[in-house]
Design a protein around this ligand. Structure first.
Ligand code: SF4
Length: 358
């Protein structure tokens, strides 16, 4: 039976900047169950990554969570039995002990740029450092040293045990000669190997959930396929949930069971991957799908641009924000009424006036 791990309810994130307020995430609602892969798709700047960062309390300044809640269903031992403790992540201090335990330990995160994630001198508060559970200035070091520190930050084990786990993880993600590579510096590894090391770091604490934000964008197709296989394999072994953020529909079709489609900070459609690809209901989703020729195949193609321009975030269109680009625009309705969330099938929801009977 599917059991919720993360529930995001009516999440709102705003950026208050000199020119006004950007509603980066505007009322996002979704659930990720244990062991499930949820894909989040949409054009650049639609709010996918900000949603992920909100889950880890890592929204960069001047961004702020201004509404909603993120509930983390954590299993804990109590009097010899296992119970579920619900933590409201939005109420946690972003620099506090509790979120640091979750970040990098219970929820891992991988990014698109493995070199900058592994090499840099990163500081307390930098998102990369925070994501792997490190909170202070770190000089350029061997990959094994970074892995050992991350593992020890989240598990009470000796350095030697942590090193053994690090070597084992490197082996599992397909790094050849892991006993030797553990002592390599990041610049001595290829791009594909660095990305695998990043995945190994994220998975070394056996997280309950992995947030993968465009994890394979910078890689070539064969390495991408290997990394997706590794993620699926590890998901089965440890019943890990994955939040897979991408603008590559070919990849999400392979990975996700459920998909949320985002546009201008709002989730506009949510359904199983099969329904999104074969019975899309929202005009934006249909436009996305039409913009690539071979959905479902191993394609590296990025989404082609959709008719019209992405609106100015400081001056959003009235009514449905997609109306200036929508092929099914209904004058007098779509420019006046903000669509609400409507059920359009079993476990299939869309935010469009076509289904509201107005
Ligand atoms: Fe298009 Fe109107 Fe639906 Fe918006 S509400 S997606 S403009 S049909």
């Amino acid at each position: 039976m599917s059991e919720p791990l993360i529930e995001v309810k009516d999440l709102k994130v705003q950026f208050n900047v000199r020119d006004g307020i950007i509603h980066a995430v505007d009322g996002a609602t979704f659930t990720i169950n244990r062991g499930q892969t949820l894909g989040i798709i949409g054009e650049s700047g639609c709010g996918k990554s900000v949603t992920a960062k909100a889950i880890l309390r890592m929204v960069p300044r001047p961004g702020k969570v201004t509404g909603g809640e993120i509930l983390y269903h954590r299993r804990i031992k109590s009097n010899g039995s296992e119970i579920t403790d619900i933590v409201n992540i939005t109420e946690l201090d972003p620099d506090g002990e509790e979120i640091r335990k979750i970040r990098g330990g219970e929820i891992g995160m991988i990014f698109q740029e493995p070199m900058s994630s592994l090499t840099p001198v990163y500081t307390a508060g930098s998102h990369i450092g925070e994501a792997v559970g490190l909170h202070r200035l770190v000089p350029i070091r061997k990959v094994g040293a970074q892995m050992v520190e991350t593992i020890q930050a989240h598990r009470r084990i000796s350095k030697q045990e942590a090193r053994e786990i690090a070597i084992d993880m490197l082996r599992r993600v397909g790094i050849p000669k892991p006993e030797q590579r553990v002592d390599a510096y990041p610049h001595q590894l290829s791009g594909g190997q660095r990305q695998r090391v990043m995945i190994a770091i994220a998975l070394s604490c056996e997280p309950k959930m992995l947030i993968a934000d465009e994890p394979t964008t910078a890689l070539d197709v064969s390495i991408e396929a290997q990394i997706l296989d590794i993620m699926r394999e590890l998901q089965e072994t440890v019943d890990m949930a994955i939040m897979f953020i991408t603008h590559n529909l070919g990849v999400v079709a392979e990975m996700a069971e459920e998909i949320c489609v985002m546009y201008m900070g709002k989730i506009v459609e949510r359904a199983s991957a099969v329904e999104i690809f074969y019975e899309p209901q929202h005009p934006y989703t249909r436009a996305l799908l039409k913009s690539i020729p071979h959905v479902g195949k191993k394609s590296r193609e990025r989404l082609a641009s959709i008719k019209g321009m992405v609106p100015d975030p400081f001056n959003l269109p009235s009514g449905c924000v997609f109306h200036p680009r929508c092929p099914e625009y209904m004058p007098g309705k779509c420019d006046r009424i903000v669509p609400s969330w409507t059920q359009v099938g079993e476990n299939h929801w869309a935010r469009c006036l076509l289904y509201e009977g107005v």
